[in-house]
Ligand binder design. Structure first.
Ligand SMILES: Cc1cc2nc3c(=O)[nH]c(=O)nc-3n(C[C@H](O)[C@H](O)[C@H](O)COP(=O)(O)OP(=O)(O)OC[C@H]3O[C@@H](n4cnc5c(N)ncnc54)[C@H](O)[C@@H]3O)c2cc1C
Length: 472
């Protein structure tokens, strides 16, 4: 076991006493994840500059100390917390948040890795700009890069990978890699920044980034569209892209099982269906534009097109169209997880399949559950515009014939097998690998891919000191 007292003294001398936390009550918040992950930290260290991160990593490398980089700790796969050994040092990026430089003509922002998404957007909005990755949490930019965060407008803007121009990374031995590329066009060899995207931080600590940013839209229009089936929701998606691709920014689909608990547990959120049973699926459609409404009346355009779809232009199965305010409709979407938690035990999934196969996959999953686990309810919803679905399962633990501890791994294995093997899908659409998904990464990743990852890991972190996720 590493000598925590000696290490804390060394690090205080190196980085200042404020940077090092050792008391149990101070460490608690770094030790548990948002949804999964619980461990024990040797201590937590909070460097304030890239040079300090570099010194810290060089020290840990020399001492053979294991390090867990941590941003805002909003990750959903248990990858940001130390393991139970008590040997890992948490490297919190929370104080590495000073650099925030905006170039409005280049449409870029240079930021420290610990800058929060909300802080970045607060600074950008004064220039009429935003970072277009939008989600219901407030992560750090470094955390977003290594988890390649998606978000609700991926359909229009892409994920972090598509909006990243450069990175600054500190490797396991303390080497600072300066790949802070400011250029939109720079075709000069390996695009090194991409090596660190989506790696859970096991190849290096992201201390800085150059991000592409976009103009804030001047107007939005949203509608809820009732769909009698998953196939009807896919036909609607295709028709919307055909007619409105330039201004189409989000397409979320919510099953009746997922939307009913929102209204049941939040009487303040208006139910457009009133006392009627919602149809099988409700699509949340969003259009956005930087054009003023005098030049392009988005609500009018959306209402006209959806009216035509209701009459059959998008095929059979469009049952209802409700126009409304974006904040009201997004409130429904953002209260689904909470609504489901009020219904019973929830097992969350983050699956993707090719968009064209979304309805067939969901039907197959529901049939599998009805046959073998009839006490489990599928309450699916998600980013259908990107082929992503949170096929969340809910059951009453007290009434279930199978204990939850036995049921969870079996359900995970069966649903993932169906998605990956049956529908060319992924067991992790946007949340990453982490300890939560490690056994599925091990099972489904081709050996040739693991071998390349192993070579990279050997090159950049031969002592295997960084993180708990294994990509090799
Ligand atoms: C309510 C809610 C909604 C969400 N919605 C979405 C969504 O729509 N789409 C989506 O993709 N995700 C979503 N997430 C997941 C989550 O927000 C992302 O994974 C997030 O971007 C992680 O950033 P973080 O700063 O919190 O990182 P952390 O949780 O602290 O860490 C995540 C991983 O990154 C590593 N890490 C963190 N910072 C660094 C760094 N600077 N250098 C190297 N490694 C680092 C950690 O070791 C860990 O492996 C949601 C989460 C919540 C709680």
């Amino acid at each position: 076991m590493p000598d925590a007292v000696r290490i804390a003294a060394d690090l205080r001398a190196m980085l200042g006493s404020d940077a090092v936390l050792t008391e149990a009550e101070d460490l608690v918040r770094y030790e548990s994840g948002w949804r999964y992950g619980k461990g024990k930290a040797l201590l937590a260290v909070r460097p304030g500059t890239t040079a300090e991160v570099s010194k810290l990593m060089a020290y840990c490398h020399a001492q053979g100390l294991r390090v867990m980089p941590q941003g805002a700790n909003t990750g959903l796969v248990g990858a940001s917390n130390p393991d139970a050994s008590g040997e890992m040092l948490v490297l919190s990026l929370e104080r590495l948040n000073k650099r925030l430089e905006i170039d409005p003509i280049n449409r870029t922002a240079v930021v420290d890795g610990g800058v929060l998404l909300s802080s970045l957007n607060e600074a950008l909005v004064a220039q009429g700009l935003m970072f277009p990755i939008d989600l219901g949490a407030d992560p750090t930019i470094g955390g977003m890069i290594v988890t390649n965060t998606g978000g609700t407008r991926l359909l229009k803007y892409g994920d972090v990978r598509h909006n990243l121009q450069g990175v600054e990374v500190v490797l396991a031995d303390g080497t600072v890699v300066d790949a802070l590329n400011h250029l939109r066009k720079n075709n000069t060899g390996l695009d090194l920044k991409q090596l660190f995207v989506g790696t859970s931080g096991v190849l290096g600590v992201v201390t800085g980034a150059v991000l592409q940013v976009v103009p804030v839209p001047r107007q939005q229009a949203t509608a809820l569209v009732g769909c009698a089936s998953g196939e009807a929701a896919l036909a609607l998606l295709q028709a919307l892209e055909r007619d409105l691709a330039d201004v189409f920014t989000a397409y979320e689909v919510i099953s009746a099982n997922a939307i009913i608990p929102v209204f049941a547990h939040h009487p303040d959120i208006r139910n457009p269906y009133g006392t009627s049973q919602p149809p099988a699926y409700t699509a949340l459609v969003e259009l956005s534009s930087t054009l003023p409404i005098e030049a392009l009346d988005l609500p009018e355009v959306l209402e006209e097109r959806l009216g035509a779809f209701l009459e059959g232009e998008a095929g059979e199965g469009i049952t209802d169209v409700f126009m409304g305010k974006p904040e009201d409709f997004w409130a429904i979407r953002h209260h689904i997880s909470e609504g489901l938690r009020n219904e019973g035990k929830v097992l969350a999934f983050d699956i993707s399949v090719p968009r064209s196969r979304m309805a067939a996959f969901t039907t197959a999953a529901v049939e599998l559950l009805a046959q073998d686990y009839p006490f489990v309810r599928a309450c699916d919803f998600g980013h259908w515009g990107d082929g992503g679905t949170h096929l969340n399962l809910v059951w009453d633990e007290a009434a279930a014939p199978v204990p939850t501890a036995e049921l969870v791994p079996v359900l995970q294995a069966r649903i993932y097998e169906l998605a990956v093997k049956g529908f060319e899908g992924s067991y992790s659409a946007e949340h990453g690998v982490g300890p939560h998904n490690q056994r599925f990464y091990d099972a489904y990743t081709p050996e040739s891919v693991k071998a390349v990852n192993h070579a990279l890991k050997q090159l950049l972190d031969p002592g295997n000191l960084m993180g708990t996720t294994r990509l090799d």
